[in-house]
Design a protein around this ligand. Structure first.
Ligand SMILES: NC(=O)c1ccc[n+]([C@@H]2O[C@H](COP(=O)([O-])OP(=O)(O)OC[C@H]3O[C@@H](n4cnc5c(N)ncnc54)[C@H](O)[C@@H]3O)[C@@H](O)[C@H]2O)c1
Ligand SMILES: [Zn+2]
Ligand SMILES: [Zn+2]
Length: 345
């Protein structure tokens, strides 16, 4: 089969790899129908996650058809259409029982990271019973690709951890697909104001169409001053970091109001300064989280009922064998006006 293979920072190739096989009775092999590229894949390609080894197939999102199952898999059979969760979980260990699938003793985020991933014609999914979600044949599979990662990520790490409440003033720093997922799902809780901050005017325009009340281009204006002027000098109840840079996390430290929440989503490759000299007295809460994907079944219902329409995040379509071109487009998002790209096998 063909797959997108990482060969060290800055190096990747679409090349021949052996077909994945069932290694444990709890595994399934899935034939990929649709997959996509995540901001985290860009971090991997930059070399921010050096634990990813040469030869790894990247990708942790997608929908597909079950090709083969191990004899301990009981929820799925050959031919079933499934959403692949970016997080692999056994459902049985101590952390899984707490709903913290991201730290499953025999899983967590491993797909396209510690084991081969979904930017391929086929993928092996360990603990298939708990790591796949069934979808009826004929469902809108492109919309459902957004359930593998970005929707639960924006919602769990951003909105739930940020404790967004009715009437809140919130800021989302980063208008990539993950920030946009936080923007869409924050509206379950009817915040009064949603300020979206990015450096990409196109993405900020898109954020407005998704009901952002204010947008700030932080490369053109001082984002801290602008947020303070929009909030009568108070700052925001929840500052959601969806970039993964020191500068954007520190911006969240500057704009969070007394008693507010900083909810980090971004994958950070470098250290960040925690300004305790100003924050020690501010009664704030800082959260970090690797997405657990425990809310995927709930989010699935909101997508089916069109309460949220994540399909609107899709800007580009490619064939799976055009994945290198798709990386160029997603990696030059501002120039290409790209948000989510869909790769179809
Ligand atoms: N915690 C988790 O479980 C988890 C899961 C998925 C993704 N992530 C992370 O979430 C982040 C966002 O993912 P994405 O797919 O939306 O990525 P992305 O790269 O598409 O989006 C990042 C956005 O940040 C903006 N940006 C860059 N530098 C900026 C700056 N200095 N100021 C303001 N904006 C800036 C970019 O213009 C872009 O729109 C990434 O760090 C990704 O690794 C985390
Ligand atoms: Zn991801
Ligand atoms: Zn587990």
């Amino acid at each position: 089969m063909k797959a997108l293979v990482y060969h060290g920072a800055g190096k990747k190739a679409w090349e021949e790899k052996p077909m994945p096989v069932i290694q444990k009775p709890t595994d399934a092999v899935v034939r990929i129908l649709k997959t996509t590229i995540c901001g985290t894949d860009l971090h991997i390609m930059k070399g921010d996650l050096p634990e990813v080894t040469d030869g790894r197939i990247i990708g942790h999102e997608g929908v597909g058809i079950v090709e083969e199952t191990g004899n301990a898999v009981s929820n799925f059979k050959k031919g079933d259409h499934v959403i692949i969760s970016c997080v692999t979980s056994c459902g049985k260990c101590e952390n899984c029982k707490k709903g913290m699938y991201s730290h499953c003793a025999d899983g967590g985020w491993i797909l396209g990271y510690m084991i081969d991933g979904t930017q391929a014609e086929y993928v092996r999914i360990p603990h298939a019973d708990n790591s796949l979600y069934p979808i009826p044949a004929g469902a809108d599979e492109e919309a459902l690709v957004m359930l593998s990662d970005i929707l639960p990520t924006g919602f769990e790490c951003g909105v739930l951890n940020g404790q967004v409440k009715p009437g809140d003033v919130i800021a989302i720093v980063g208008a990539g697909p993950v920030g946009m997922a936080a923007l869409l799902t924050s509206q379950f809780y009817t915040p009064a104001e949603i300020i979206v901050i990015d450096q990409d005017d196109n993405r900020l325009e898109v954020a407005k169409t998704f009901s952002a009340t204010h947008t700030i281009n932080s490369s053109k204006e001082n984002a801290t001053e602008k947020v303070m002027s929009l909030t009568n000098g108070k700052g925001v109840d929840a500052a959601i970091e969806a970039v993964g840079l020191a500068a954007t996390f520190e911006l969240c430290e500057e704009i969070v109001t007394a008693g507010g929440h900083i909810a980090n989503i971004g994958v950070h490759g470098k250290s960040v300064t925690l300004h305790m000299e100003t924050l020690w007295s501010r009664n704030i809460t800082i959260t970090t989280r690797l997405v657990d994907t425990v809310t995927t079944p709930m989010l699935y219902k909101t997508v089916l009922s069109k309460k949220i329409e994540p399909k609107q995040l899709i800007t580009h379509h490619f064939r799976l064998d055009q994945v290198i071109e798709a990386y160029d487009t997603f990696g030059n998002a501002a120039k290409e006006k790209a948000l989510k790209v869909i790769l179809t096998a």
